[in-house]
Write a protein that binds this ligand. Structure first.
Ligand code: 6OD
Length: 469
């Protein structure tokens, strides 16, 4: 039974709830659901630790970040096992992306924070400078698709900037956070700096609404984000939201087709399409449209299906497969549930799916599905391709496949997306701003943008008296 981690100690309180293995549907573990008392205790523990943690020199906090990175390394196998048990991801994703990124986050933000210069501005007889102070207690609400990656992506900059945190992982994926709590205790991190509570949305609501929480960082659905905005509106708490996408991939006829097909397969089907950055709309120049569709559909049939996180999410994805048919799509491959004839048949799988023939205004092409599926449509000109890509309520990521250098820059700069990848997908430099436009989010995290969100500047301006001439 997973216990909360509050003030450096395990806390067993609240009703138990089950966590399911998406591969089989079986219960893998139980966790306690945080009730109002647990949430309050966690926030109080964070508040009590806040003053000393904020007063610590940044170089010392950076040292703690490096120790946490070492702790993750030493518990690597446990973290991989926990993440796989909760999500059903294959090892070659968890062991090469999710857990290594956790290590990278603590090391990168230790460097970035320790080396950040303060701002100073001069006018004749006037000196202004800024001092940055942490927000205080930050609520970190983590989704189920990349549980450890996204928890540490937020924790590392929040902590090194001097905040204490209360983390609530998704109810579907608490396992790696529970191992991380042990890592914090083993490292001897001052009690209350990191607190982790488990539970459903109701526990998250208690946390973000708590009057002693000073800021909220959230990655997840746009709908939940707007609910959180309403919850924190009265206290105008700072928020950072990284939300959904309906990401476009543009394939020009001057692309390296092998590379574009490989990239499309990766960008549509990675993690069963359950990454906010996945491509759900592909636009292909007409002269290569038929060939591209045939190759993509054939490659999709070779993709090893990955489970959806829950039965409910599988039903949602399947409802979009049905919607595609009812809206008149041509299904090139997939569209159903795979039959394995083994233990996986009770799990939450859907087939990797490629469809074509739908209107740009169909619900299928406008709503985020978050499954292993994309729609492919032809285009004739560069301008049309840009217009198609931008015709979305979302603006998170876009991918371009072209060998034209001028075209790559020209198109990338006109796309309404926070992130544009050219001839690659999901290649990350942790120092760059990361986040989305329109319904895809508010603010940016990454590098200095993260440190800016997790701290507030005070500007000090001094009038320098001139000695009498
Ligand atoms: O890779 C990252 O840094 C990141 N924030 C990924 C977010 C993925 C959302 O599903």
């Amino acid at each position: 039974m997973l216990t909360h981690f509050i003030g450096g100690l395990p806390v067993a309180a609240g009703h138990p709830f089950p966590v399911h293995d998406p591969v089989t549907g079986a219960v893998v573990r139980q966790a306690h659901e945080a009730d109002p008392e647990v949430v309050d205790r966690a926030v109080r523990a964070a508040r009590e630790a806040a003053r000393d943690w904020a007063a610590m020199p940044v170089g010392e906090r950076a040292g703690w970040m490096r120790r946490l990175a070492e702790g993750i390394e030493s518990r690597f196998d446990d973290l991989v096992a926990a993440e796989i048990a909760d999500t059903g991801k294959p090892f070659d994703q968890t062991g090469t992306l999710d857990i290594p990124r956790g290590i990278a986050h603590f090391r990168a933000f230790a460097e970035i924070a320790a080396q950040r210069p303060d701002d100073a501005y001069h006018l004749p007889g006037v000196l202004s400078y800024t001092v940055r102070r942490p927000l205080g207690v930050v609520a970190v609400i983590v989704p189920w698709n990349l549980p450890f990656l996204l928890m540490t992506w937020k924790l590392a900059p929040a902590l090194v900037a001097g905040n204490t945190v209360v983390v609530k992982p998704s109810e579907s994926t608490p396992g790696s956070a529970a191992v991380f709590a042990e890592i914090c205790a083993e490292a001897g991190l001052p009690p209350g700096v990191v607190n982790i509570i488990f539970g459903y949305g109701a526990s998250g609501q208690l946390l973000v609404e708590h009057p002693d929480v000073d800021g909220v960082t959230f990655t997840g659905s746009t709908r939940t984000a707007s609910t959180i905005m309403r919850m924190v509106a009265d206290r105008v708490k700072p928020i950072s939201f990284e939300l959904g996408g309906k990401n476009a991939g543009l394939v020009f006829d001057d692309c390296d087709l092998d590379r574009a097909v490989d990239g499309a397969v990766q960008s549509v089907f990675t993690n069963g399409g359950q990454v906010c950055l996945c491509t759900e709309r592909l636009y292909v120049q007409r002269s290569i449209f038929e060939e591209f569709c045939a190759r993509l559909a054939s490659r999709a049939q070779e993709v090893e299906p990955q489970p959806m996180i829950s039965l409910e999410h599988r039903e949602k994805v399947l409802s979009y497969y049905a919607l595609a048919r009812s809206e008149g799509a041509k299904v090139l491959t997939g569209g159903g549930v795979p039959a394995f004839n083994d233990h996986r048949d009770s799990g939450y799988f859907v087939e990797p799916t490629v469809v074509t023939g739908l209107s740009e205004w169909s619900r299928f092409n406008r709503e985020e599905i978050f499954g292993p599926v994309c729609h492919v449509a032809p285009f004739d000109s560069e301008t049309e391709a840009i217009d198609l890509a931008n015709n979305s309520d979302y603006g998170l990521a876009a991918t371009l496949w072209t060998t034209g250098l001028d075209r790559a820059h020209r198109v990338a700069q006109r796309l309404e997306a926070g992130l544009v990848w050219v001839n690659t997908w999901y290649l990350r430099d942790l120092r760059t701003p990361f986040g989305g436009m329109k319904l895809s989010g508010i603010g940016r995290e990454g590098g200095l943008q993260s440190l800016d969100f997790y701290s507030e500047p005070t500007t000090v301006t001094i009038k320098l008296e001139q000695p009498d001439a």
